[in-house]
Design a protein around this ligand. Structure first.
Ligand code: UDP
Length: 257
């Protein structure tokens, strides 16, 4: 079975080969740690440390950062703000998170570039697909800021879109305080079961909370697997090395054959 790239995923077994190029989606929550809002410097240091460690093994890494730790357009719209304006504010918040991540990665010696879907030329390059690919080939970590550049979308959709554009073999979705995808919300139902393997369609049909349906259907239509795991120490490295951690969402074997 082949997935989006050349990577082979053996859904039935425990083994999977390592990746060559991945897209790491970091939600705003992941950067917030246990705080209620904003950024947790310790948490960011830990994540940056791990990303650089994995990058040094030769893996090409692009990152999409969310902004739920600072601003969510939908929440502001619910309080009466114009939705599109609120969404643009949310996208700007992702630029802020991207710069913080860039700084943490570069302090560890990595070379990085922030590519933004909104023009903020003083702090980031504009998003140009071929340039992003070239940066990756040159060993730079690429951080995609400002989501898709369009309101009414999410950074999950940006992650799916950019992953497909750059030919990433998978989306690695680091979650805060949950080990993967559960049958029910583990925060309210302690008995909720961790589901190690799902198809995109199952996630959509069961309404499981992984990413929004726009992002999921984009992944499904293009056979892009999503690895959902807890952002606990060592997990990015484990997932990148092909170890089974958390949940794999992939197009079913039957469908691929
Ligand atoms: N956003 C947007 N278009 C995009 C990506 C993001 O309008 O393509 C806005 C939207 O308001 C969203 C906010 O940016 O609420 C922050 O992104 P998101 O909620 O996806 O962050 P996460 O949940 O990953 O922290």
């Amino acid at each position: 079975m082949t997935t989006a790239g050349t990577r082979e995923v053996d859904l039935a077994g425990e083994q999977a080969t390592g990746f060559r190029r991945v897209l790491l989606k970091l939600s705003g929550e992941a950067l917030m740690g246990d705080r209620e809002f904003g950024l947790d410097p310790e948490r960011i240091e830990q994540i940056a440390h791990e990303i650089v460690e994995v990058h040094e093994t030769g893996l090409e890494i692009a990152i999409v950062s969310g902004a739920g730790n600072i601003y969510r357009g939908m929440a502001a719209a619910a309080e009466g703000m114009d939705r599109a304006t609120a969404d643009y504010a949310g996208m700007l918040a992702t630029v802020l998170n991207s710069l913080v991540l860039q700084d943490a990665l570069e302090r560890r010696g990595a070379q990085t570039r922030v590519l933004s879907a909104l023009v903020v030329s003083e702090v980031a390059e504009p998003y140009i697909r071929r340039r992003a690919i070239r940066h990756l080939e040159k060993g730079r970590i690429v951080i995609f800021a400002a989501g898709t550049g369009n309101p009414f979308f999410t950074t999950d959709t940006a992650a799916a879109l950019r992953a497909l554009e750059i030919g990433a073999e998978a989306i690695l979705m680091g979650k805060h305080a949950v080990e993967g995808v559960y049958g029910d919300d583990p925060r309210t139902n302690p008995g909720a079961e961790l589901l190690p393997q799902l198809t995109h369609l199952e996630v959509i049909e069961r309404g499981l909370k992984v990413m929004d349906t726009t992002a999921l259907s984009l992944c499904m239509d293009n056979n892009l697997p999503i690895y959902v795991f807890e952002l606990a120490q060592g997990n990015i490295r484990r997932v990148a090395a092909g170890e089974r951690v958390g949940t794999i969402i992939s197009t079913s074997k039957e469908k691929d054959e």
